[in-house]
Design a protein around this ligand. Sequence first.
Ligand code: AMP
Ligand code: ZN
Length: 114
Amino acid sequence: MNDCLFCKIAAGEIPCNEVFSTDNLIAFHDISPQAPTHILIIPRRHISGLDEISNNDQELMGELLTCAKTIATKEGLQDNGYRFVINQGSDGGQTVGHLHLHILGGRALAWPPG
Ligand code: AMP
Ligand code: ZN
């Protein structure tokens, strides 16, 4: 994907505030945090969103979730709790077309979402 913001971040072409990285994933602070802790974790491979994942991605999605949990714990969120969010498509509020999971914590989060 030539013109994808998060592919460029994964490739190191656009800087980010990285917090965690594996061969398959990279996590970095959201540029516009909506909570005291707001981190995004993305696959390095371009996947446009949840709608594009298949059975072949089960291992990757498992790694995404378990690494997100590791990050939440490292950030000290385990006691008070936290939220993971994946927005899909326009009704879901997705603004960047590269799969990403939001790790949100550090304050009480409202429910239901707006
Ligand atoms: P979504 O609305 O679910 O697609 O989330 C996209 C997220 O990417 C938003 O929370 C943005 O603040 C965040 N974002 C956009 N550009 C950057 C960037 N260059 N570095 C870090 N986060 C970004
Ligand atoms: Zn991409």
